[in-house]
Ligand binder design. Sequence first.
Ligand SMILES: Cc1ncc(COP(=O)(O)O)c(C=O)c1O
Length: 365
Amino acid sequence: MSPLAPRPGILDIDPYVPGRSKLPGRDRVIKLSSNEGAFGPSPRAIAAYRAAAETMHRYPDGGAVALREALGRRFGLDPDRIVCGAGSDEHLINLARAYAGPGDEVLHSFHGFNLYPIIARSVGATPIAAPEIALTADVDALLAAASARTRIVYLANPNNPTGTYLPINEVRRLRAGLDPGVLLVLDGAYAEYVTRNDYAPGIELVDAGDNVVMTRTFSKIFAMGGMRLGWCYCPPAIADALNRIRSPFSVASATMAAAIAAIEDVDFIAASRDHNAVWLPWLSDRLRALGLEVPVSVANFVLVRFPADPAKNATAAMRFLNARGIIPRNTDSYHLPDCLRITIGREDEMRAVAAALAEFMGAPS
Ligand SMILES: Cc1ncc(COP(=O)(O)O)c(C=O)c1O
């Protein structure tokens, strides 16, 4: 055996499984597996990206000053408390590197985004999953699962893959019930899609103290997942810690140029949000009418639970949809083997997936 081995625990990690993007033998697919914005990126972002090609020989601004200022203007935040990185993944990971390690516990809810346990293990900490109620994070269960070893609580709000959310009052209650020495990470990857009055991504909680961070991404409503850009809003001491350990140039210049243009294209973002507000309930209702269980989602995807009958279960549905060129997301790694997750895409894509599932369920046409 080789004397070289990764640190204990690394080989116990099940690698993250991304949504599939290809089907054998098909040039064109309807990809509804990664919650990418329905319309693709803003044309203004594409133009800015192309223009930035001319200077690709230059290193990017490692401090991302122009981008942080643009984010600060757009969201009314102090740019000094914003950190940018290669996807929100980078922040979720660096927060664990900075605040947790061997012997510590990292808490998340049972069906929470499954990068959280991977990240916890990667720094030698132990992931702890708190039970949910009705596929929704449960503050009482999270507080009951917190121990003297808990260092970080990750909460995706809304959550992927369930699409459910906690109202801001509940998030406040979670923060109040945790020890002040525990970092609460509010992952707002889908925040822009939420239209509920009782929802907030948590900026006020970041401002209220020194132990809450909000992470956001350009991969979802901004539809720039291939550019890898995420940002987080932090208390000054946490921004300082992240800036000490982050990769110095993890955001490419073309990414920053495209993102600044995307932020300024407010009409495009509003249109994406309006589109989602129409097609999210449309698809949910269509699928419920087929007898499928679809929890109320506030994000840009739905979780669909299929019957146990092997002819009608999630595996059979995946096969059926794939045969029609449609790719939903398998949710086995989220302890939801009887479900599939389907992104809200364009109107033609939504009509195609609804028609295919009606045929699959044997509904009269
Ligand atoms: C809840 C949640 N957080 C974070 C991410 C990571 O996004 P990115 O690294 O592309 O910003 C995702 C992506 O699917 C997500 O669903």
